[in-house]
Design a protein. Structure first.
Length: 309
């Protein structure tokens, strides 16, 4: 025979179920059960609640809180699986504060109020909200010996801010009218709805992730645009709607066809002015690049100067 003294697991679980927070009560209940996250996921799935092990891990650590109706259903099933009184976990969810929303700026700030692309962007999204935000972004721009942009290769790490999120909206802009870029490759996602503004040179496309993400989950998406510009290019810009942890921008020139100079800059809006301007070294065979940390919403770009032909 044995007894449970002060501070033992049953007491700590009872205290957590009474006082919260939800993450601690869930963690102690899972530890008591001896079930791993994979087995919990399987039991939830058998009961009709599809929850990933990543989501369960986020709930345990307090990184996210089950907020949507289907997540609450999964928690009620968990109460039975973990042999807890009905309502013991779901009641704690109401006490835990919702994480603050990720600030997302309006499209007008990034493209200007009179830009024709706004109509298309707003037709894809409602109320200027996005439920899939960029955490980090690595992109490579390739310029050919004809001084034109040839292709853009992008790798993004994305985080869901709502449950069942699976759409990422991307935009590419050609240098001149009648030259919209083409989405030619995707990886870890697939092309969805695409709309082209041929005269204005814009392409707007959905990237559809392989599965819906719950809030707090992350995913990787890769895509490539091919440019159709009919004249030399001299700049490239990336627009950020939300704060991004890291941005790496590479600029590749054909060997022997490098520009005279290259500068990185920031704009808070298309009207400018340019801030944090920095000259980048140009070395044959190596990309010019800029690494930015803790990027706030706005526009980051590179511009370069060609010698006279």
């Amino acid at each position: 025979m044995f007894s449970t003294g002060p501070g033992t697991q049953p007491d700590r679980l009872a205290d957590a179920l009474a006082d919260g927070p939800f993450s601690r009560a869930l963690t102690l209940a899972i530890d008591r059960s001896g079930l791993g996250l994979d087995r919990l996921r399987d039991r939830l799935a058998a009961a009709g609640a599809a929850v990933s092990t990543t989501t369960l891990s986020y709930w345990r650590t307090g990184r996210t809180v089950p907020a949507r109706a289907r997540s609450r259903v999964a928690v009620r099933i968990l109460e039975g699986v973990l042999d807890l009184p009905p309502g013991s976990l779901t009641g704690l969810i109401e006490r835990d504060p919702e994480p603050p929303p990720v600030p997302v700026v309006r499209w007008e700030r990034l493209w200007g109020r009179r830009n024709a692309v706004l109509r298309v962007l707003n037709s894809f999204e409602t109320a200027y909200r996005t439920s899939l935000v960029v955490v980090s972004l690595h992109e490579a721009v390739h310029v050919g010996p004809d001084r034109r942009l040839h292709r853009l290769e992008v790798r993004e790490v994305l985080r869901a801010t709502e449950d069942d999120t699976h759409i990422r909206l991307v935009t590419a802009h050609g240098v001149g009218p009648g030259c919209p870029p083409r989405l030619v490759r995707t990886r870890y996602c697939s092309p969805g709805r695409t709309e082209t503004l041929a005269e204005e040179g814009f392409t707007v496309a959905e990237l559809v992730l392989g599965r819906g993400l719950d809030r707090g989950e992350t995913a990787i998406a890769e895509y490539e645009f091919e440019f159709t510009d009919d004249r030399p290019d001299w700049s490239y810009e990336r627009r950020f709607r939300n704060a991004v942890h890291e941005h790496v921008l590479e600029l590749h020139f054909a060997p022997g066809f490098e520009p005279r100079a290259c500068h990185a800059y920031r704009l808070d809006s298309p009207a400018g002015p340019e801030t944090t301007v920095a000259e980048l070294p140009i070395t044959e065979g190596l990309p010019a690049h800029v690494v930015s940390a803790a990027v706030t919403p706005g526009i980051l770009g590179l511009r370069w100067q060609w010698d006279a032909p």
